[in-house]
Design a protein around this ligand. Structure first.
Ligand code: UDP
Length: 276
C-alpha cells in the first residue's frame, strides 16, 4: 500500500459532513437500455460535486455495450447497475441506442472523462476533497496519482493501492479505507470486478463517491494511450482498443451481439428484454 499523504487524515475528518442533511439533489432522468438504467443529466461532474457537498454516498457505473451484454449473463452485475445512483452512457453503443431507439439526443460521456473533469473541478474549486486510487498493476496507480498531483498540486490524493494483492493486503486496504474515509474512491479493476467490489464494500465509506474507472490508471500513468479523437468521434474507439489489446477480440463479440439485440428489441418491443 502506498499512502501518499496520510497526514491529511485530520483534514478529512473536519471536512466530511457525516450528518447528511435533506438532499437538494435533482433526480436524474432515467432511460432503459436493454433493461438497464442510464441516467441523463446535463452535467454529470456538477451533479457529483453536489453529491460531494451533501456527502451523498454514490456509486457511479459507466455503462457500455460490453457491460450490458455481461449483465445479461451476470445477475449480480445487473442488480448492481440497477441500484447505482448514477449510470452514465460511457460507450458509443449505449448513446446510439438512446438516440436511435429512444429518440433521446445524448452524447456519450466516457468514464475516464468524467473522472478527469471531476478531478479538475475539485482542484479548480479548491475543495479539500480527499481522493483514493485503487487498481491497476503495481506502480500504476501511484504513477497516475503522481501525474494528477503534479498537474494540480492542491488535489488531496490521500493514497493509492495496486489491484493485484493477497487477501491479507486487501483486508489491510479495507481497514485503511474505513479509517481514512476518502470522499472520492476511483476503482480500476475492470468490469465486472470493480462493480462487484464496490457494491460489496461501499458501506465502509457510506458517504463517498465510488467510481469504477476500468483502465483509466493505465492511461493516466502513460502505460496505454486512448484512441485518437477522429476514431472516438466516429464511434470507433473499440477498433483502437482491439489494435492495442488484440486479446480483447472475444470480449468484443459483445458489440455485434448488442447491435443485434437492440434491433430485435426495436422490432419486438419488450420481446427480447433480458430477464434480470
Ligand atoms: N486489474 C486489476 N486487478 C485485477 C484485474 C485487473 O487492478 O485483478 C486492472 C488492470 O491492471 C487494468 C484494469 O484493471 O488496469 C482493467 O482495465 P480494462 O481497460 O480492461 O477495463 P475494462 O475494459 O474492463 O473497463
Amino acid at each position: 500500500m502506498n499512502i501518499i499523504k496520510f497526514d491529511r487524515l485530520t483534514v478529512i475528518r473536519h471536512c466530511s459532513k457525516f450528518n447528511c442533511q435533506e438532499t437538494m439533489l435533482k433526480f436524474p432522468q432515467k432511460f432503459f437500455v436493454l433493461g438497464l438504467p442510464v441516467h441523463i443529466l446535463e452535467n454529470y461532474p456538477n451533479w457529483l460535486l453536489d453529491c460531494l457537498k451533501e456527502s451523498k454516498g454514490t456509486h457511479v457505473v459507466t455503462l457500455n455495450a460490453e457491460m450490458t451484454m455481461q449483465a445479461e449473463r451476470n445477475f449480480p452485475l445487473a442488480k448492481i447497475i440497477k441500484n447505482a445512483e448514477l449510470v452514465i452512457p460511457d460507450g458509443a453503443g449505449v448513446a446510439l441506442y438512446l438516440k436511435y431507439l429512444l429518440g433521446e439526443k445524448v452524447k456519450r460521456f466516457p468514464g475516464i472523462e468524467l473522472a478527469e473533469t471531476l478531478l479538475q473541478k475539485i482542484a479548480q474549486e479548491q475543495m479539500s476533497t480527499s481522493i483514493f486510487f485503487y487498481g491497476g498493476a503495481p506502480g500504476v496507480a501511484v504513477k497516475a496519482a503522481d501525474l494528477w498531483q503534479r498537474k494540480f498540486p492542491t488535489l488531496n490524493i490521500l493514497g493509492t493501492h495496486s489491484g493485484y494483492h493477497s487477501s491479507a493486503e486487501e483486508q489491510q486496504l479495507l481497514q485503511t479505507l474505513s479509517q481514512i474515509q476518502p470522499q472520492v474512491i476511483f476503482v480500476g479493476l475492470g468490469v465486472p470486478r470493480q462493480e462487484l467490489w464496490i457494491a460489496k464494500h461501499r458501506d465502509l465509506c457510506p458517504h463517498s463517491i465510488w467510481i469504477g474507472v476500468g483502465g483509466s490508471f493505465d492511461i493516466w500513468s502513460g502505460r496505454k494511450t486512448r484512441a485518437p479523437h477522429w476514431l472516438a468521434n466516429n464511434n470507433l474507439e473499440w477498433m483502437y482498443r482491439l489494435y492495442q489489446e488484440p486479446w480483447r477480440w472475444q470480449r468484443m463479440l459483445a458489440l455485434p451481439e448488442f447491435v443485434f439485440k437492440s434491433f430485435i428489441y426495436r422490432w419486438i418491443p419488450g420481446g427480447m428484454l433480458p430477464k434480470h
